[in-house]
Write a new protein. Structure first.
Length: 293
């Protein structure tokens, strides 16, 4: 294509431009690529969600100085994502060819991740000998329906201005089952949680912490409100093991619904877990995983 230039992703200069690019191409089904907070959340958490040591291999395609395509690593470094502006599908083969030749990880097998609707990229990958290996659906909640699960007795929402970021870290450590496999909370990876909360577009004041009668945090539901896309991006959601199956997480999401709907949100992300389906989420984003035949 005419006037298209290709260059490396610049760690210190391009994050803001990539965020705006992803906002501009966003669709609810992610058919053009990931949403903006997906990238920023992964990038801001560093070692937990994205290994930036390989980010020099990420590539940006531009037309007259404006970003029209982007491919990048997440974590593990074998997983590669593609974001493509509608109207530039002719770049698909060039993008997957670049990734196939240059984004290998010490000989490990590369895996392309495409979303439903990224047809041009899928066809290009097939030309290089890639084939879909598996798929799954992430769910979203449509705000045309009310989400209203009550908080169980004995628990309360922590006021946003009183949230303790260190208590959040301990809650997430336990809530993601690290305690069983890696031992008690001792401020492990504390810096990563702090970095997440101070990311450029983080909206910690909208996040929800649930505490018990002793003030101990038992559930955390993070929120990355993206007003341009009317998107309530949930990340992360966890409940301390001994407090699960009591309706606490459903109540936390109901509070997120209330806090973001008044701002203009029309939908909220979730995951593939059946928990989301039980409280009214519907399949919305199809993930597909591709490897060489």
């Amino acid at each position: 294509m005419e006037h298209i230039t290709v260059r490396p992703f610049r760690v210190l200069a391009d994050c803001g431009r990539i965020y705006q690019f992803l906002v501009d191409i966003y669709e609810k089904d992610w058919k053009n690529g990931v949403c903006a907070p997906f990238f920023e959340y992964a990038y801001s958490s560093f070692s937990d969600w994205m290994d930036i040591s390989y980010s020099f291999k990420n590539r940006i395609w531009e037309k007259d100085g404006e970003i029209v395509a982007f491919c990048f690593y997440e974590n593990p470094r074998t997983d590669i994502y593609f974001c493509l502006m509608p109207g530039y599908e002719e770049l698909a083969l060039e993008m997957v060819t670049y990734a196939d030749k240059n984004m290998k990880n010490n000989g490990k097998e590369t895996q392309f991740i495409f979303f439903g609707g990224q047809t041009a990229l899928m066809k290009a990958a097939e030309q290089l000998g890639y084939k879909q290996q598996s798929e799954y659906w992430d769910m979203q909640y449509d705000f045309t329906d009310e989400l209203d699960y009550p908080l169980p007795e004995g628990f309360h929402f922590v006021k946003p201005q009183e949230v303790d970021i260190y208590a959040v870290g301990e809650c997430c450590w336990k809530g993601f089952d690290h305690e069983q496999s890696e031992g008690p909370w001792n401020h492990q990876h504390e810096q990563n949680n702090y970095l997440l909360q101070t990311a450029p577009h983080a909206t910690m004041d909208l996040s929800v912490a649930v505490a018990n009668e002793n003030g101990e945090y038992v559930c955390w539901a993070g929120m990355w409100w993206t007003p341009e896309n009317r998107l309530a991006y949930l990340e992360p959601l966890c409940t301390v093991p001994k407090y699960r199956n009591r309706g606490i997480a459903a109540a936390a999401l109901s509070e997120l619904y209330r806090r973001t709907k008044v701002l203009g949100a029309t939908h909220m992300t979730g995951g593939g877990n059946e928990f989301y389906q039980k409280i009214g989420y519907k399949p919305a984003v199809k993930w597909t995983y591709w490897k060489r035949r």
